[in-house]
Design a binder for this molecule. Structure first.
Ligand SMILES: *Cc1c(COP(=O)(O)O)cnc(C)c1O
Length: 451
């Protein structure tokens, strides 16, 4: 259930008419369906019920505090990758013992912050990081619980290079060949190395890649236990897929994937292990759409160029990853019967003629596009497009490049909505450059000396 559907020719999020909402709140606008978020979280729970994992939602996929709070209230833990995300997680009311912390470059400050917050586990990505955590935990008089993020040297064939993290050439994790000895007793004074973590990339469409990774995890587990060490946590990361293209619609079954993986892990559960998964996009991507208004349509050389008010500053995935987001006008009733009733937003079914157009943003970069040569119905400057599957890695990656303000975010439930992030204003763009900043004199005589 994705919560977005066309009713009487107009796209709705649950029962909320998105044409009216866009009119009222302006565009670009992110709209999230709360029912969809809750149902996707439940889908993950159902899919993995055999191993009853702690489900830590990946904060970087969709970081809005209100949305995090909603997921936390529905039982999610959180997977964070920075001090800022810990801050968001705590604001959202996550219990510290449900927070796991990954990332190759945890700063001393971030480590201290995580220790003070009392998070469940660090997913450690290097021997140097282990030493740093050990030292800082010593200073703070606390103990750190650690999973070793292994680099298992398995790469998913279909995962884009930019988001594949499990191959031996990536910066992520500790080569599994060097991992077993880190579990040895007495190596660290303030750190308990008790878990094995792997996150091999996103999105991963093939359970076989997880199974290959679990083989590596199990071999390591055996090696550690034979050497007298203990492991209490197995964390298999995230990367479970979302539906981006119509072709995914029938091929993706989280239920099936979770069941295959859980069956494989069930044997390990008998050994008293606790499991963690870190889904991001599989919960959030299809729970959000981006509404963007058509500003201009101009003729290009070969095809029309549709210029919309959201660019790579707001949704970077098309140009960064070559992602193909489904998109469709939010009103198609007025296309004079050219369009049949699209019952599912992810799989619109036009029966009229489509022409390929380039959908581009206002940013001064050639790479600023949402789709190139995309077959779409004839659009006009009265149209608003919905960019689907925009609930993950869209707003959380948005920037102010070209001094564009970041858009508002709104959540809906049933026929109700609530703004959960205000649209920025010009003052927001410059606040950190103005507040408490002394203007530079023309002779630059008021610059300071380093102490
Ligand atoms: C990004 C990330 C995830 C989530 O990936 P999805 O594809 O959104 O599920 C999980 N774990 C780690 C360590 C990550 O970096």
């Amino acid at each position: 259930m994705d919560g977005f559907s066309y009713k009487q020719g107009v796209l709705h999020a649950e029962e909320v008419n998105l044409d009216s909402l866009a009119e009222q709140l302006g565009t670009p606008l992110f709209v999230y369906s709360l029912s969809t978020l809750a149902s996707h979280l439940q889908t993950m729970r159902d899919a993995f019920f055999l191993i009853d994992p702690l489900i830590c939602f990946s904060v970087k996929s969709c970081s809005n505090v209100s949305i995090l709070r909603f997921l936390v209230e529905h039982g999610a833990g959180l997977d964070v990758v920075s001090g800022g995300e810990i801050y968001r997680a705590l604001l959202a009311g996550a219990r510290p013992e449900t927070i796991v912390f990954a990332g190759v470059g945890k700063s001393a400050e971030e480590v201290r912050y995580a220790l003070e917050a009392g998070i469940y586990q660090f997913n450690v990505e290097s021997e140097k990081e282990l030493a740093r955590i050990d030292a800082i935990a010593g200073q703070c008089g606390s103990r750190a619980s650690v999973s070793i993020r292994i680099n298992p040297d398995v790469a998913d064939r279909d995962t884009p290079q930019k988001t594949s993290t499990g191959g031996c050439q990536t910066k992520f994790g500790i080569p599994v060949t060097r991992s077993a000895r880190l579990f040895a007793e007495g190596l660290y004074s303030n750190v308990d190395v008790v878990g094995i973590h792997a996150h091999i990339g996103s999105p991963i469409h093939d359970s076989a890649s997880y199974l290959a990774c679990i083989d590596v995890i199990e071999a390591l587990l055996d090696e550690v236990e034979q050497a007298g060490g203990t492991v209490d946590t197995i964390n298999i990361g995230g990367g479970f897929p979302a539906i981006y293209e119509a072709s995914h619609f029938d091929s993706i079954s989280l239920q099936k994937m979770g069941s295959v993986i859980s069956h494989r892990l069930q044997g390990l559960k008998a050994r008293g292990l606790r499991f963690v998964i870190e889904p991001g996009r599989s919960i959030s991507a299809n729970a959000g759409v981006l509404l963007t208004h058509v500003e201009y349509i101009k003729d290009g050389w070969d095809r029309q160029i549709v210029i919309v008010d959201a660019g790579m500053n707001i949704i970077l995935r098309p140009t960064l990853y070559g992602a193909q987001h489904a998109m469709w006008p939010i009103r198609y009733g007025r296309f004079n019967g050219h369009w049949t009733h699209a019952t599912n937003a992810s799989q619109p079914r036009p029966n009229g003629a489509l022409s390929p157009v380039d959908v581009v943003g206002p940013i001064c970069e050639t790479g600023d596009f949402l789709a190139l040569s995309r077959p779409l119905p004839t659009l006009s400057e009265q149209d608003t497009l919905a960019i689907f599957s925009a609930g993950a890695y869209a707003m959380s990656m948005a920037s102010q490049y070209n001094s564009k303000v970041r858009p508002a975010e709104v959540v809906v439930m049933g026929e109700h909505y609530q703004v959960v992030r205000q649209r920025e204003c010009y003052e927001d763009l410059v606040a950190r450059e103005m507040d408490g900043i002394e203007p530079i004199k023309s002779d630059a005589k008021n610059l300071k000396l380093v102490k």
